[in-house]
Design a binder for this molecule. Sequence first.
Ligand code: FAD
Length: 241
Amino acid sequence: MEPKNVLVVLANPEPSSFCHALASSARGALEAQGHCVTVSDLYAMGFNPVAGRHDFTGVADDSRFHYQTEQARAARENAFGEEIAREQQKVAEADIVVFVFPLWWGSPPAMLKGWFERVLAYGFAYVDGFRFQTGLFRGRRATFAVTTGGTPARFAPDGTYGPIEDILMPLRRLGLEYMGYEVSEPFVAYAAPRVDPQARQAYLDAFAAHAVAIASLPVAPVSREVHPLDLVPQDAWSRGG
Ligand SMILES: Cc1cc2nc3c(=O)[nH]c(=O)nc-3n(C[C@H](O)[C@H](O)[C@H](O)COP(=O)(O)OP(=O)(O)OC[C@H]3O[C@@H](n4cnc5c(N)ncnc54)[C@H](O)[C@@H]3O)c2cc1C
């Protein structure tokens, strides 16, 4: 089996959290199999989740801040700020990206949402006309590991919250699949703060196995011989959507 590059994007502010334990468990199991694991521990890094002109060196239009226009210029001119460029480099090198986070108000923490907005920029992560089956990252894999306070019953089809798959749909469909990723079923540690220590250990072991199983699947190399922005007519820049 080919060793894979795995990027773990971890969004929980507490180093002793169960999210951190899940990330460590997966890392240990993947490294034991010879895979190369990089962890972006966003709170520990002091990652800034707020988008703005500080994302870029230089400017496309200083009279009006249009985010995708600025992202397109930065992608073309290698003018992303250092923090974004570093994260994009990790994404570019990763065969597999694993997102580990707690469910906060029915979504990932704002920290992780901000990482999506800033790092997965127009001209780097997607361009007009290249989405889903033709997405720039087609052939690569991604998955989620989510901890919840709610019990499985809450997330049943007739439960108060509804299925976790529905809750994760925006990140999965409008984010990662849009970019071309093959997204595996999420790993969910339901009611992580409430279950007993044996159940928590079972979660850690199961997630390690989940990560190793994904890493055993084939991935296709992504060609970056052509700059993504050369794939689309210049006047199509920044339409988004
Ligand atoms: C703002 C906010 C909004 C929220 N919204 C929702 C919501 O919409 N839906 C919902 O269901 N929940 C919600 N919650 C609850 C939240 O999802 C859970 O508190 C969270 O998922 C728990 O994960 P954690 O990583 O923070 O675990 P922690 O609370 O850090 O840890 C859980 C337990 O695991 C233990 N642990 C840590 N490491 C290990 C280890 N190595 N081995 C064994 N045990 C270990 C810890 O000591 C602790 O006892 C919300 C919470 C907040 C703060």
